[in-house]
Design a binder for this molecule. Structure first.
Ligand SMILES: *Cc1c(COP(=O)(O)O)cnc(C)c1O
Length: 465
């Protein structure tokens, strides 16, 4: 049959759009989107005819409409979607760090749907400050005089340095010039803030006299940075916050510390690796402390600055504050998360980050063993699966050397059956909710520490999409 007559057997766009099946699709997606999808589908049919000199098997009206309908609905599928984080890293930056508490989710939902008292003071029907609710809670929890909130901790460090030390010198130990993932390097942030970085000490050892000798008339700030993602071991010395605060006070200078994670609850009391606490830094006399909202605190992405009221007031007035301020959703989530800290007995249940970090190895093992058969069925005969102990990480700039005893499923390809770990990892990633494990030691590990919705995972493995 000549090509021209093959082409002419395809229906027109108008004929397809007049089909009775179409009404429901238009109700849901609108006619503009469907028309475009119908055009694309007909283009594909024409390409098929050109390449194969034959009509495609799916060239009848109904199938063409179904294909077009699939296209329009696929365009509404969200690219950012929930995943099963079985990587063993609890606070995984690429996977969105802390999952929110139900209380925070409810607060955000309410704040999104309607007008809220973001900058409105109910007591005197006047203008309030958007940081008020969070700042009050931070003061109560940490004992700080004042607090302010910006978009993330990198922003907190930037605005702190810009406010306190622009055009002047900031003294930092050489052992603390950290790089956090994603191009956050202390020397670069200093430059951005217009500060002159004065490095003191050596990589492994810095003494109080090093700071002391570096102080000049141009010094604006002494600063400590928590070396969250690496550790210097062996012949080392660093100056404690307490000592540095004493020196700063004697010389009439402020002192700041960037804690990175900054746990508001004592992790050691939960049997976890100890992490410096903002409230301890306040007690040690540090003037300004910065930390993240979405690391160990377990809330939304945010940067928190707590400390002396005089400095916080200055930061609030800095032009950068307007650029770096948080929106109502972040503030709603953060306030609700901080309120959980007022009920410390319930914290390990209500705060998902702490709940997952403190989950007992036995409980994790039980999950692994319940899920093993379904995962084995999913993997198929090319793979061998076993339930086995493993180690999780806290993640997000907590010490990578601190590991938490956990339990997982280790998957290896059986010899000669054609399965590869990459193939299986890809099939797991292609589920409606991607299932993300970790390749280690020639095996694909699914660490079950963060696996809380077992029924959801079972459905997710079964679903055909
Ligand atoms: C994580 C971290 C930061 C950056 O915090 P974000 O909230 O990710 O912007 C800065 N400093 C330290 C020490 C950190 O650990």
């Amino acid at each position: 049959m000549p090509l021209r007559s093959l082409y002419s057997r395809l229906p027109s766009v108008d004929r397809l759009l007049a089909h009775p099946l179409v009404e429901r699709i238009i109700d849901r997606h609108g006619s503009a989107a469907l028309t475009e999808a119908v055009r694309q589908t007909l283009d594909e049919a024409r390409r098929h005819i050109r390449d194969h000199q034959a009509l495609p098997a799916w060239a009848d009206d109904e199938q063409l409409i179904r294909l077009a309908s699939k296209k329009v609905s696929a365009r509404q599928h969200l690219k950012m979607r929930p995943v099963y984080n079985l990587t063993g890293t609890v606070l995984h930056t690429n996977l969105g760090r802390a999952p929110m508490a139900e209380q925070a989710i409810a607060a955000v939902e309410a704040a999104m749907r309607e007008a809220v008292t973001l900058e409105y003071d109910v007591d005197d029907a006047g203008r309030g400050h958007r940081d008020n609710a969070v700042s009050e809670l931070l003061r109560e929890i940490t004992g700080a005089e004042a607090a302010c909130v910006v978009n993330n901790n990198a922003a907190a460090v930037l605005i702190l340095l810009s406010t306190v030390a622009a055009g002047r010198e900031v003294i930092v130990s050489r052992g603390e010039l950290v790089e956090i993932g994603g191009a956050f390097r202390m020397p670069d942030v200093m430059r951005q803030a217009g500060c002159k970085l004065v490095e003191v000490g050596a990589t492994n050892r810095t003494h109080l006299r090093d700071y002391e000798q570096a102080i000049t008339d141009d010094t604006a700030l002494l600063m400590k940075v928590h070396t969250s993602n690496y550790s210097i071991e062996g012949f080392t010395h660093s100056v404690s916050e307490n000592e540095l605060a004493t020196l700063a006070r004697a010389r009439g200078l402020p002192v700041a510390t960037d804690l990175g994670s900054g746990a508001l609850t004592d992790l050691a009391a939960w049997g976890l690796p100890a992490e410096p606490m903002p409230q301890k830094m306040i007690a040690d006399g540090i003037d300004l402390i910065t930390f993240s909202g979405d690391k160990l605190l377990g809330g939304p992405q945010a940067g928190l600055i707590i400390g002396r009221k005089a400095w916080i007031d200055k930061i609030q007035k800095h032009p950068l504050k307007r650029a770096l301020r948080c929106d109502k959703m972040t503030l709603a989530a953060l306030e609700a998360t901080l309120r959980l800290y007022l009920q410390p007995d319930r914290l390990a249940e209500d705060l998902p980050t702490l709940r997952r970090l403190t989950r007992a190895q036995d409980a994790i093992r039980a999950t692994a063993e319940r899920l093993l058969p379904a995962l084995a069925a999913f993997a198929g005969a090319e793979y061998q699966l076993e339930s086995a102990p493993c180690l999780s990480q806290i993640g997000s700039g907590s010490l990578p050397v601190d590991r938490l005893p956990s339990w997982g499923i280790a998957i290896a390809p059986l010899d000669g059956r054609g399965g590869t770990l990459e193939k299986l990892a890809e099939r797991l990633r292609r589920r409606p909710s991607p299932v993300i494990g970790r390749l280690n030691d020639g095996k694909l590990w699914l660490d079950m520490r963060c696996m809380e919705d077992e029924d959801g995972l079972l459905r997710n493995l079964r679903d055909t999409d």
